[in-house]
Design a protein around this ligand. Structure first.
Ligand code: C5P
Length: 223
């Protein structure tokens, strides 16, 4: 089956408090986004990448793509107002008969093994959504104040959210809703059951300044 990875990197990254969006910051002298692209390109020889960036970063994205392990396998396209619109733009470049991975450009520490696990699970079940368990105790706000919830019943959702492209394309024909926080919510709205697979502790979303420190440390251990 053909393999397409839509790497979404069109966000502004306001939470990092830096002028440059987090996907373009350097980690071990290499942009965060380049780490992400290379993991996908190495996971499968026939992987094609659709890289979605904001219009003002197309030139930076081209420079980064040229430094990747397989520049010819990367198509760059422009993102939209929300993540939903960015993914929809990326999906326009994906054929019907493929497995499609949708991945946050800022999650650069995932392993090739996770990509493979998601691929085979999506082939079998139509979708594969990686998740991990919380380590902290959890409380939820109610009208009676906050109450503890059983953390064993909670899953923290990661990417690559992986789908049969027919299912994902059909789901993205729906109009945008604010409740669409990721691709799983879009597909679920069509009545599909979400198939959780084991994610990775290291597959963090580089969001806050501390995440860059953690990521540097994880990469140092790997080299
Ligand atoms: O803002 P948040 O961290 O939830 O964004 C998740 C991912 O979606 C990031 O990789 C970001 O670059 C991407 N995104 C996008 N287009 C948008 C908003 C977010 O590609 N309009």
């Amino acid at each position: 089956m053909k393999k397409y990875a839509i790497i979404v990197a069109a966000g502004s990254g306001k939470r990092m408090g830096k002028l440059v969006p987090k996907q373009f910051l350097l980690l071990k002298q290499k942009p965060v986004l380049l780490h992400t692209l290379d993991v996908f390109l190495k996971a499968f020889d026939d992987m094609q990448i659709i890289l979605v960036v904001a219009s003002e970063y197309v030139n930076d994205a081209k420079t980064i793509s040229r430094s990747s392990v397989s520049p010819k396998k990367i198509t760059i396209t422009v993102g939209g107002e929300t993540r939903f619109h960015s993914v929809k733009n990326g999906l326009a470049h994906v054929p019907e008969d493929a497995v499609v991975f949708v991945h946050d450009g800022v999650r650069c520490l995932l392993s090739e093994k996770l990509i493979m696990r998601c691929y085979y699970a999506a082939l079998e079940k139509g979708n594969a959504i990686p998740s991990v368990r919380p380590v902290d105790s959890l409380r939820v706000e109610t009208h009676n104040g906050n109450v503890v919830i059983d953390r064993d019943k909670v899953h923290i959702i990661q990417t690559p959210q992986t789908f049969d492209s027919k299912i994902l394309k059909a789901a993205f024909m729906q109009g945008y809703q604010e409740s669409f926080t990721d691709e799983a919510t879009v597909v679920e709205e069509m009545g599909e059951r979400i198939n959780l697979v084991e994610g990775e502790e290291n597959n963090i979303k580089i969001t806050r300044p501390i995440d860059l420190v953690i990521a540097e440390s994880i990469l140092s251990e790997r080299l």
